[in-house]
Design a protein around this ligand. Structure first.
Ligand code: GLN
Length: 250
């Protein structure tokens, strides 16, 4: 199968080499005989209905976020329609914030958001920086840990009825208080974890690929043939231990 990935604003949102996540999707798909085709969707580009099986948006500083926010909002209805139609989404940090209702930065300027995720973000005085470990259960009964790194000023508060991506075991997460990290709506997930995230959490890469394949075929998410993942398991263990040892704290 061909998996069509739309990479939103690769020229603006790519701190900590967030685009490395795409390389992981590409490689893990190829090892199962699938092809990933990546198209850049940036400022002024049209997002056509049904064109992508997975949308990816990375992180960025406030300045880059402000540059893309109006264009992203203009694409908002198409993004929401794509998710309603079963497309998968991975949104990281700055991109995750802008898929919510909006971001109030440190200077009191509000950047509008898409409203796909039911959350608001307000920048705080101190940045929340450090290693993070989460427990996630994207499929009922299948608990997984997600290890990563966060660096954000924004505090994100989810609406009561909104599903987080995971529960914080170590680190700050969405706001340093709620115990939640990220957000999930259907096949769309948003998270503060970047750096890139997928090389050390291959289960999430495979979950996203399976969701994208389900969109591509119109069927159920397929079971992907397991890969050895020895290096990935080591990377996850090192990252998880770092989070357990010193997590994110002020
Ligand atoms: N500018 C946002 C914040 O600091 C997002 C930063 C990021 O993407 N790392 O909260």
């Amino acid at each position: 199968m061909r998996i069509r990935v739309g990479h939103l604003y690769p020229d603006y949102l790519n701190i900590y080499a967030d685009r490395g996540n795409i390389a992981v999707l590409d490689r893990r798909a190829a090892l199962r005989g699938h092809e990933v085709e990546v198209a850049s969707v940036s400022i002024g580009d049209e997002l056509r209905p049904g064109e992508h099986d997975l949308l990816y948006i990375g992180g960025g500083q406030d300045r880059e976020q402000a540059l893309v926010a109006p264009d992203l909002v203009a694409k908002g209805a198409r993004i929401e329609a794509a998710v309603a139609d079963g497309a998968a989404v991975l949104a990281v940090c700055g991109g995750y914030q802008l898929l919510g209702r909006g971001y109030l930065d440190r200077y009191g300027v509000t950047m509008p958001g898409v409203g796909l995720f039911g959350h608001d973000t307000v920048a705080g005085e101190r940045r929340m920086i450090g290693d993070v470990l989460l427990e996630c259960e994207l499929e009922p009964g299948e608990k997984q840990t997600l290890a990563g790194f966060e660096n954000h000023a924004g505090r994100t508060r989810l609406d009561e009825d909104v599903e987080p991506l995971g529960r914080v075991l170590a680190g700050f997460g969405n706001d340093g208080e709620s115990g939640y990290e990220g957000c999930r709506v259907g096949r769309a997930v948003g998270t503060y974890l970047h750096g890139p995230l997928l090389p050390r959490n291959p289960w999430l890469a495979d979950w996203l690929l399976a969701q994208a394949l389900a969109h591509a075929t119109g069927g159920d998410a397929p079971l992907l043939e397991p890969l050895p993942d020895e290096l990935e398991a080591k990377a996850h263990a090192v990252s998880a231990q770092r989070a357990r040892d010193r997590g994110g704290r002020f």
